[in-house]
Design a protein around this ligand. Sequence first.
Ligand code: GAL
Length: 518
Amino acid sequence: MNKRIVSALSSAILIAFFSISCSTAPEKPVVDGKIILTPKPGPSPRINGTRVFGVRPGSPFLFKIPATGTKPINYEVVNLPEGLSCDPATGMITGSLVKPGEYRTTIRATNSIGRAEREFRIVCGDELALTPHMGWNSWYVWENHVTDSIMRAAADAMVSSGMIDHGYMYINIDDCWSVKPGAKDSSLIGEARNSAGMVNSNKRFPDMKGMTDYIHSLGLKAGIYTSPGELTCAGHVAAYKFEEQDVARFAEWGYDFLKYDWCSYSKVGNKDVLEDLQRPYLLISSILKKQKRDIILNLCQYGMGDVWKWGKQVGGNSWRTAGDLGGSFEGIGTALFRDGFDVYSRDSLHLYAGPGGWNDPDYLLIGYLSNWKGQTVPTPLTPNEQYTHVSLWSLVAAPLIFSGDITRLDEFTLSLLTNDEIIDVDQDPLGKPGYRVSKTGDTEVWIRILEDGSKAVGLFNRGEKETEVTALWDDLGLTGKQKVRDLWRQEDQGNYSDRYTASVPEHGVVMLRLWPVN
Ligand code: GAL
């Protein structure tokens, strides 16, 4: 047989196989054997990402309107409160607000093809992170060899990949930017602090302020990491006894986000004593609040002491609910089901999170990741598991922080990160996280109640074989006819009266949104 025919036949078999195992939509593009369900953004403008944004009085305001559609787009904000202005060419809203209050504005994005319009609420008060954070973090791809140029390249890629147009805004450096006592590598050694006791960056970060200025100039925000102990988890200088100086340093450098780990604090406090667990976070959040800029606080103590019950009270805007999802590269799939499904379906975690404070099951581990053996390789998750990963995160209102190589985004990974209807679930302004309503064998149905009265519903199959999963209106607390939409495919499925059944592939998901008819 001629080579062309063989290759055409094998593609046909591949497509047929994936159509049967993954969906009922054979027309979806298959790239490298992975079905891409997310339709490409259309040419007319669509406004994406969060619909509500918190800021404190007097803090510098920076929000770039996320919108897809053919560029150039002209941006306009109607009813923008005094103190703020919007650049029509870039969509960057800047300035600062003096008076606390809720400001209801309308964003307009216009291009040569059409116009999109959407309400955008700016809430000026004490509360930040009114919807889960969206962004990128360096840890799972660059781990201990992160540098200034890697961070700048990540910010550039956030723009060039278009992720910024879907609502992603944080570019967060993780561990390993400060000096490492005793390191052999000369780029990591030096004076740990300046004469005022403020922490220094290592030689891989020669100009922190220049770097955050660059990130901000793109309309993005910058994040940094430290620990409450003497050293971070990777053995770099951390904040113990220098909390005031270090936070002042982060503010001076222009950071907008702080991930505060636990490492080496076990030498100071007892992790079995609640007061000890809370102390470092109470201290750091009280210092953060004194700064003249808004800095979001992410607690990273792996869920100790049921942190979700008090993370918000100690000033956290999000808190890790379990250990590292990718601590073992080969174990990411196991962790996804254990620290994702199992943690979130016990103990009513959803009751404790909401606007201002979110459960954090760790980063999105898709695309190219470090295998902790010096190589960057594709995620070990199957395509179905990757759909499950992003779907579960958006149902439980988790931060959507991608931690793979953002400069090397394949089409499939980008499609997982940029489905605006899935992102809309994650970013729903009501801020009520979803929860599991039923479990039958290996299948589970999850619900999230959304602001417009609709419900997001996840039909999950944790088993090894494709199977039918049924959402019963009784289980979902629904009555009457519902319009059903498939969110990954962005397709209406019709109206249904008391249940909806779909075939769900092994380790896969079907994500739906249901609106009452009439
Ligand atoms: C861990 C944390 C990871 C990463 C790492 C850096 O404790 O859970 O997300 O920040 O420290 O050393």
